[in-house]
Design a protein around this ligand. Structure first.
Ligand code: HEC
Ligand code: HEC
Ligand code: HEC
Ligand code: HEC
Ligand code: HEC
Ligand code: HEC
Ligand code: HEC
Ligand code: HEC
Ligand code: HEC
Ligand code: HEC
Length: 343
């Protein structure tokens, strides 16, 4: 049975009630959850959520606490178990007929889409609706999607998960499902954090161990302390910018470090052309001020020739430069007063 797809654009009144405020400071952007709404298929093969509920009480209970469940309230926007899992009659009938027989129970489990196969197919279930949304619209081109990461690696649409339940073995299948109810604090966290399986940065560290290591270094943006999130700079859903940064080039940084944005009368083209990462590392460093090099002058000398060479003005002025260049060139990010960034 084919899904009957009724597409409602976010602009239509049908959905205005579902639009949510952006959680990020860029408040004038449109709400990111602009999903189109489809109706769940009905007729042959579909049994309805109540039938699922008879055997999957925890999933049913939790699903009903999520923003997704409120979609059910609207007559045009039916969101039931089978919207994501597909027609469930063969599975339901087979489970019922299994009468607790393990082999038959397992076989019946294979009769329903359970997000266990191809990551692309998994994401497509969500993208039926989350396609036009600003934040998720580029997901297919993201490095995450291209490396087999799917929506449900990060989001849980109902928190109970057999995978989180090590006891899910043989004879206990049905019972194990019943036991896999999350603790109350964990459930609250989940419901208030975009249905994420874990909060940042732990969610991301699971797969990005090297980034965890960088943030453990003495100088770092305070992500581990919870003052900032990975998603202040990146979008996990992908963008057309390098390394999935929220904005292109230094705009990602100057969103917060406004005073570095300019325009200034005398720009340091290192900042404007190469961007902040010409001199800084974004995550963490053993160097002060997140500088890319321990010795600050070496940083400058990457681009500016050796100060003892004849073509360097300091020779012309007949002094040797020692220690940090910013001792004199203190307005290193650009200046409104001095072309040499002396103040
Ligand atoms: C008669 C009881 C029963 C009914 C009705 C039932 N299920 Fe199940 N379902 C089970 C059991 C038992 C399992 C465990 C099988 C396993 O782990 O392989 C299961 C497993 C599943 C799985 C996981 C399959 C896997 O491979 O791990 C999904 C998804 C699922 N059910 C969804 C549904 C949905 C959606 C409905 C309603 C359309 C539904 N079930 C109706 C008993 C039922
Ligand atoms: C039938 C359409 C539909 C499908 C399918 C769907 N969603 Fe949604 N989803 C929505 C709509 C509409 C909203 C906004 C609900 C609201 O804000 O009231 C939403 C909201 C969300 C939110 C935000 C919840 C919150 O509490 O802020 C997340 C996360 C999400 N969906 C993830 C998913 C994932 C992951 C899948 C696939 C497993 C999925 N969705 C499948 C329509 C859908
Ligand atoms: C690598 C992890 C990851 C993947 C994969 C992922 N998300 Fe998200 N998603 C997040 C995080 C983290 C947030 C919270 C963003 C924030 O707090 O700024 C989020 C937020 C959301 C929201 C809430 C509204 C918003 O845009 O901020 C929706 C809806 C959503 N994701 C849907 C999806 C869908 C649909 C997919 C698959 C197409 C998906 N996500 C894939 C990590 C992920
Ligand atoms: C928005 C999409 C969506 C809806 C609606 C939905 N599920 Fe699921 N379901 C999933 C995803 C995604 C998984 C895979 C879990 C994972 O990857 O962590 C899943 C997994 C399951 C499983 C396998 C065991 C587990 O917890 O991993 C069962 C059983 C299940 N769902 C039952 C239901 C029932 C019953 C309903 C209706 C109350 C329902 N689902 C509604 C997306 C959905
Ligand atoms: C399930 C594993 C997994 C999770 C969870 C995960 N990632 Fe990734 N991420 C990957 C893989 C795989 C790649 C691609 C290979 C690589 O660059 O390491 C990747 C790549 C990236 C990239 C580089 C993108 C590019 O275009 O070069 C960024 C940035 C990123 N992830 C950020 C995040 C953030 C932020 C989170 C948490 C919200 C997160 N990831 C969670 C697996 C994951
Ligand atoms: C202050 C902004 C900022 C924050 C916060 C941030 N990143 Fe990044 N991230 C960047 C920039 C900029 C780059 C590109 C670095 C470059 O070009 O040398 C990057 C690169 C990456 C890469 C690809 C290169 C690599 O180091 O593996 C991954 C993966 C990544 N970030 C993941 C994360 C994760 C996970 C978090 C949260 C724990 C996070 N980032 C927090 C700005 C940030
Ligand atoms: C979400 C806001 C935000 C963004 C985006 C951001 N920063 Fe920061 N940055 C801060 C805050 C707050 C501090 C100072 C407090 C701290 O240690 O976290 C800081 C501190 C710094 C410092 C000084 C570190 C020190 O030891 O004093 C440097 C350098 C820096 N950021 C560079 C960058 C670069 C480069 C980017 C872009 C890749 C960036 N920031 C993006 C908020 C941000
Ligand atoms: C040409 C190299 C260079 C570039 C490019 C650069 N910085 Fe810096 N930045 C420095 C140096 C050197 C220091 C340390 C200054 C000191 O020791 O007084 C510094 C210090 C900082 C500090 C901490 C002290 C302060 O002035 O607030 C922040 C924040 C900062 N930079 C942000 C940025 C941002 C954001 C960008 C991109 C718009 C950027 N930097 C580009 C070299 C650079
Ligand atoms: C990524 C390369 C790069 C790095 C690193 C860099 N600069 Fe520059 N800097 C430039 C470029 C390019 C110009 C423009 C040169 C021109 O217009 O002739 C410039 C211009 C200048 C000027 C003005 C020169 C003039 O003739 O107007 C000063 C002073 C300066 N840089 C000092 C520094 C100091 C001090 C550092 C280290 C904190 C530094 N630069 C790091 C590339 C760099
Ligand atoms: C003791 C103060 C002092 C220190 C330290 C210093 N400078 Fe300068 N620098 C100056 C002054 C003053 C000028 C302006 C020269 C002029 O008017 O011709 C200047 C000019 C420059 C210029 C522009 C030259 C031109 O004519 O285009 C560059 C590039 C430069 N410095 C790089 C550096 C670098 C790189 C370092 C560190 C290795 C450094 N300076 C350390 C004082 C200093």
């Amino acid at each position: 049975m084919k899904l009957k797809i009724l597409i409602f654009c976010a602009a239509l009144p049908v959905l205005t009630g579902f639009l949510r405020a952006q959680t990020r400071p860029a408040a004038n952007e449109p709400a990111s959850v602009t999903a189109r709404v489809i109706t769940q298929g009905s007729g042959d093969g579909y049994v309805g959520a109540d039938r699922c509920r008879s055997c999957h009480k925890p999933e049913f209970a939790e699903f009903n606490k999520t923003a997704h469940a409120t979609l059910k309230a609207h007559k045009d926007a039916v969101m039931g178990c089978e919207t994501c899992h597909g027609a469930g009659k063969p599975h339901s009938d087979a489970e019922e007929a299994a009468h607790g027989d393990d082999a038959k129970t397992l076989a019946a489990g294979k009769l329903i889409f359970a997000f266990k196969g191809n990551p692309k197919a998994n994401s497509e279930r969500c993208q039926q609706c989350h396609a036009s949304s600003k934040d998720q619209s580029q997901f297919d081109h993201s490095n995450h999607a291209m490396h087999g990461v799917s929506c449900n690696d990060c989001h849980a649409t109902h928190l109970t998960s057999a995978a989180d339940n090590p006891k899910k073995q043989g004879v206990q299948l049905a019972q194990a499902k019943f036991m896999s109810v999350p603790s109350l604090p964990e459930e609250n966290r989940w419901l208030t954090s975009s249905l994420l399986k874990k909060n940042q940065p732990e969610l991301c560290y699971q797969c990005h161990g090297n980034v965890r290591a960088a943030f453990a270094l003495p100088t770092h943006h305070r992500v581990p302390e919870g003052a900032m999130k990975c998603t202040d700079c990146h979008t996990p859903h992908g963008t057309s910018n390098k390394v999935a940064l929220r904005q292109s080039g230094w705009e990602t940084c100057t969103g917060c470090h406004v005073e570095k944005r300019g325009p200034m009368v005398f720009e340091h083209s290192a900042v404007k052309v190469e961007g902040c990462t010409a001199c800084h590392v974004p995550h963490g460093s053993t160097n002060k001020m997140l500088l890319a090099r321990r010795e600050e002058r070496m940083l400058c000398l990457q681009c500016h020739v050796d100060p003892s060479a004849a073509n360097v003005p300091h020779n012309r002025l007949s002094f040797q430069t020692r220690s940090d260049c910013t001792r004199c060139h203190s307005a290193i990010h650009g200046s409104n007063f001095n072309q040499y960034f002396l103040n």
